[in-house]
Design a protein around this ligand. Structure first.
Ligand code: AMP
Length: 465
């Protein structure tokens, strides 16, 4: 589209440009180049952009610029009413969005705050009372504050719905309706969504006024920077394969997705038993536990973070090199969200999906959504003879028949990848040094291990339970 070379040409205020320079950003990402001028012009916006495209700055920068005329250093809370409201589906995303807003506003007197559930509401109230212009919130906790009259929204002139598709998936529609009914009618609305379902279009029809539609990538498209791989593997072999991959890769940061909280916890414990620095992040963990795990992951003391979809939503870990789908999501959009954790802001990454015969039907739906077929590969697993208890949530023998289309596809598309073979797999060529260096020395296994090609196991291995 338009050729934008730098942020100056977008008409942003010097205070914001300075903050961008501090952040080390020189060139706007495509969503920023397109959304910022529209938002600065004052119109409503419906933007299709995945996490990782730089969408936070795409709404935060114009929002701050619009509030600059109201920025002041007055001590009275009345001088700092909430003028912009940013709603996000999860606490993690809320925290990260507010951190970005604060970073971009650092050379202005504008104040921001984040409120989310799972922590004592009383700890948030004093901060709200001091007065803040930009409030980032999860819907439920915002409603709690509204009920307790600890927040006033009658001066809100800008509303951002971030990851709107996820908010609908998580059942926030009634909460959203209640909140939106309390906002002044005269306001600017910016809606961001990774996918454009019919429900999202309806939400846009209901709440946006003549929105300009911006899409940086085809809706539901996956990021081209991410190499996608599918390994066919029996459910019972997934744990062994995961351990083998992680040990071989010595990857510094890998997010591993499971479908359930219980599998996430069990798997993380199994990895720890194998000497891998792992932790789990899911809805049953307290906010403190989640923050602790996330900080450790960011700092590199934990290398494998096992996560459920909800918990991982909104995680922004720059240059995450690898995502592993230990279990395939039944909602194909979740696949797009999951692999959006890697290959962010131009960095490359790899997303590996472990697909059992039972999960092939989900993969078919995913391939339809992303309009791309991913070649299924078979890797050789070297399993220790004595296995530890499997973290698999499903332990049915793999007697299941593939759906016919998948089976056909597999017959033509499956290729065998002897995982041990050096440099035959593009993964070995990835530019992340720590990973690449380690992968070159895939360990030679001791004689107490046996090789088990997954293909041979697909037809009904008796599983360990
Ligand atoms: P987001 O999609 O907003 O979660 O952003 C994804 C990542 O890109 C974050 O780590 C941002 O800090 C980073 N980022 C945002 N804008 C830029 C930019 N213009 N140049 C480089 N990195 C950016």
């Amino acid at each position: 589209m338009t050729e934008i070379v730098n942020f100056d040409s977008l008409g942003l205020a010097p205070e914001l440009l300075k903050a961008l320079t501090d952040s080390g950003y020189t060139t706007p990402t495509p969503i920023q180049a397109q959304a910022i001028p529209v938002a600065l012009a004052g119109g409503d916006l419906m933007a299709g952009a995945q996490t990782g495209t730089g969408k936070t700055a795409a709404f935060a920068l114009p929002l701050l610029q619009k509030l600059l005329p109201f920025a002041n250093n007055g001590a009275s809370p009345a001088k700092h009413p909430v003028r912009a409201l940013i709603l996000t589906p999860t606490r993690e995303l809320a925290i990260q969005v507010e951190e970005s807003v604060r970073a971009y506003a650092k050379h202005t007197p504008l104040r921001s705050l984040v409120v989310y559930g799972g922590v004592d509401i009383r700890t948030q109230t004093p901060h709200l009372k001091t007065g803040i212009e930009v409030l980032v919130a999860t819907p439920g906790r915002l409603l709690d504050h509204i009920e307790q009259k600890t927040v006033q929204l009658n001066q809100v002139q800008m509303l951002v719905l971030d990851e709107a598709d996820r908010m609908l998936d998580m059942g926030f529609m009634p909460d959203l309706k209640r909140i939106l009914a309390l906002l002044p009618k005269q306001r600017q609305n910016l809606m961001f969504s990774a996918t454009f379902s019919n429900d999202i279009k309806k939400l846009a029809d209901d709440f946006l006024t003549n929105p300009q539609l911006i899409e940086v990538a085809r809706s539901n498209a996956t990021n081209d920077n991410v190499t996608q791989k599918v390994y066919s593997v029996a459910q019972s072999d997934k744990e062994a394969l995961l351990i083998q991959l992680l040990k071989a890769a010595e990857a510094k940061q890998v997010i591993i997705f499971t479908k359930t909280k219980i599998t996430a916890s069990r798997l993380s414990r199994s990895l720890e038993r194998e000497g891998l620095a792992a932790d789990a992040i899911h809805g049953d963990k307290t906010q403190q536990e989640r923050i602790k795990a996330l900080d450790a992951f960011k700092a590199g003391t934990i290398t494998a973070l096992v996560a459920t979809d909800v918990a991982a939503r909104g995680l922004d870990i720059s240059e995450l090199p690898m995502v592993i789908n230990y279990e395939i999501p039944s909602a194909p959009e979740d696949y797009v969200h999951r692999i959006g954790r890697t290959g962010r802001a131009g960095a490359s990454g790899i997303a590996i999906s472990f697909v059992s015969p039972e999960e092939e039907k989900y993969m078919v739906e995913i391939e339809k959504l992303i309009k791309r077929q991913i070649t299924k590969e078979i890797v050789e697993i070297e399993k220790p003879v004595a296995r530890t208890r499997s973290a698999s949530s499903s332990s049915k023998p793999s007697a299941h028949k593939s759906t016919s289309s998948t089976a056909n596809q597999e017959a033509t598309a499956t290729k065998r990848t002897p995982y041990k073979k050096k440099a035959s797999d593009p993964w070995f060529d990835k530019p992340y040094e720590a990973v690449v260096a380690a992968q070159q020395q895939v360990a030679v296994r001791s004689s107490s291990t046996r090789k088990a090609p997954v293909a041979a196991l697909l037809g009904g291995l008796v599983l360990n339970k």
